[in-house]
Design a protein around this ligand. Structure first.
Ligand code: ADE
Length: 347
């Protein structure tokens, strides 16, 4: 039987948003300008050209789609874009729209040049997406007023706005929606060096001092994800304050990571449980996502979007046509090389 406890606790070190990432904690750390935004250099390069061109033509930006694993700064970048374009931004999420009228009301209340940010855009209902298509393309929406024989369609105009959509699952977006974005940017996991710079910048904002070796350890265990790095940093700051450290040193980071159950590769208890269970129960795999989902009482989407991307990024898990498989690197990390040798002939 797999212990469900770990997965039901707040995911302290996975990239999923927690209450701790709400306005008062995460927003202070968000960069405001493109110059302050660290990493994702390719995206920033393209984006600067697109923004400068739109400014030169005095036109609103074309619609932009941002996709990639959670915690990599998609919302932050949308806010940076709004700042750089001197535009106001309305932030919302796909599941917030139940009916066509909900999105129609929002769109018709925008002003020229406004940015509408829709997080989890893949979760918009098809009927809501339809309203969005015409708004994106024609800056108009067609609404049916009334019912039965007296029903009639009216076309309402929408101010020229920019939609920034964000998703962890670009494959779930319909073709017509995807085609209406002028730019599509894919986020990648950060390098350890970039996470170190983010940690040092965040420490300054939080008013704590961290030495470079401690920042390096923290960066290496942050799943190459700024949200995770900033969260661990806040916990390290707590630890350091309680223990009267005036400078955050290696020991404070190590002790905090121990407390959080995070290992040298940034894996938490749930990651290790996923890997060891696949090894012990399914001989290392392949095992289907639905089987894992019921074994861990965790939604398929959570396993797929929260846990798997980093395990695959560091080469501990592979997706094959027949299911998920644990790699030799993971066996080695977990100290289970013997099992690897036993099971290798079954693979
Ligand atoms: N905080 C979170 N993400 C960041 C980024 N990409 N650059 C700077 N600070 C950040």
């Amino acid at each position: 039987m797999i212990d469900r406890e770990t997965s039901k606790k707040d995911p302290l070190v996975t990239a999923r948003k927690t209450p701790d990432d709400t306005v008062q904690f995460e927003n202070v750390l968000r960069p405001k300008t493109i110059a302050e935004y660290i990493g994702q250099d390719e995206i920033k390069g393209h984006l600067s050209v697109v923004m400068q061109a739109a400014k030169k033509r005095k036109e609103p930006l074309e619609h932009i789609l941002l996709h990639g694993p959670p915690g990599l700064g998609k919302t932050t970048l949308a806010q940076v874009i709004a700042h750089e374009m001197n535009a106001s931004i309305k932030v919302t999420a796909g599941p917030a729209f139940e009916r066509q009228g909900d999105i129609a009301a929002l769109l018709t209340n925008l002003s020229e040049g406004d940015i509408l940010f829709i997080d989890e855009i893949h979760r918009l209902r098809p009927a809501v997406q339809e309203v969005l298509y015409t708004a994106m393309e024609d800056y108009a929406i067609d609404m049916i007023l009334g019912k039965g024989p007296s029903a009639r369609s009216v076309r309402l105009s929408v101010p020229r706005f920019t939609l920034i959509g964000a998703t962890t699952k670009v494959s779930m977006l319909s073709g017509p929606l995807r085609d209406r974005f002028g730019s599509i940017f894919q986020f990648h996991f950060y390098t350890v060096a970039d996470i170190e710079r983010i940690v040092e910048r965040s420490a300054k904002i939080l008013g704590c001092k961290i030495d470079s070796s401690a920042a390096h350890i923290l960066a290496k265990t942050s799943r190459q994800t700024p949200r995770v790095a900033n969260r661990i940093l806040r916990r390290v700051r707590d630890y350091s304050e309680v223990h009267d450290y005036s400078l955050i040193v290696d020991e404070a980071v190590r002790k905090t990571l121990d407390m959080l159950g995070v290992d040298a590769c940034g894996l938490d208890a749930m990651d290790r449980k996923i890997l060891t269970s696949i090894i012990k129960k399914w001989n290392g795999g392949p095992v289907g996502l639905n089987t894992l989902s019921s074994a861990f009482s965790e939604e398929e989407a959570t396993i797929e979007d929260i846990y798997e991307p980093y395990l695959m990024q560091i080469g501990f898990l592979e997706r094959t046509a027949r299911g998920r498989r644990v790699t030799r690197h993971a066996y080695e990390h977990l100290g289970m090389e013997d099992r690897y040798r036993e099971q290798a002939h079954l693979m």
